[in-house]
Design a protein. Structure first.
Length: 167
């Protein structure tokens, strides 16, 4: 009996090791938890030389009973960071800062993605390069300041490197 439980433990350990290896190889960082919020797949598009803006994306899930609000963002190479929204108004795409921050309602997820809500990093001091993750900060009304690492996807990508939505 003891032999089977030892083999079972070894098998379980091997499964955990393989799952960890698969996660490490996929490049997908582990979700970040902050209070009742879970932040997943933060990524940013690489920029061509001379670009002064970059877009950032992620998913935020609120498992709590109260709404929270994403108020601000920052990365070291940007003069400022804002939460933006893109909308189609009369056939014209418009982009503007979200006044008062982006609400994350209880029991809901908000996806910041190209063509919708997103993070806008302005006044870049250097280009964003593929293969060099960028540390950043998200500031929430209730959860406070949360450190994340943005994976860098190629210019024009429609999703994170670990995803399948590239051009």
């Amino acid at each position: 009996m003891h032999r089977f439980s030892t083999l079972g433990l070894l098998g379980a350990a091997a499964c955990v090791a393989l799952a960890s290896l698969a996660t490490a190889q996929s490049g997908a960082p582990a979700p970040v938890k902050a209070g009742s919020l879970t932040i997943e797949q933060p990524w940013i598009r690489a920029t061509p030389g001379g670009a002064k803006v970059a877009g950032g994306y992620l998913r935020i899930t609120n498992t709590g009973r109260e709404a929270d609000r994403l108020l601000a963002t920052s990365i070291p190479i940007a003069g400022r960071g804002e939460v933006h929204e893109m909308s189609n108004e009369g056939g014209v795409m418009r982009m503007r800062e979200v006044a008062g921050g982006l609400a994350i309602e209880p029991g809901r997820s908000v996806e910041l993605k190209p063509g919708g809500f997103h993070l806008m990093f302005l006044d870049l001091s250097s280009p964003v390069a593929v293969g060099q993750p960028i540390r950043g900060t998200l500031t929430f009304e209730k959860a406070g300041r949360v450190e994340v690492s943005f994976e860098v996807a190629p210019v024009g990508a429609r999703g994170p490197v670990g995803g399948h939505a590239h051009h």
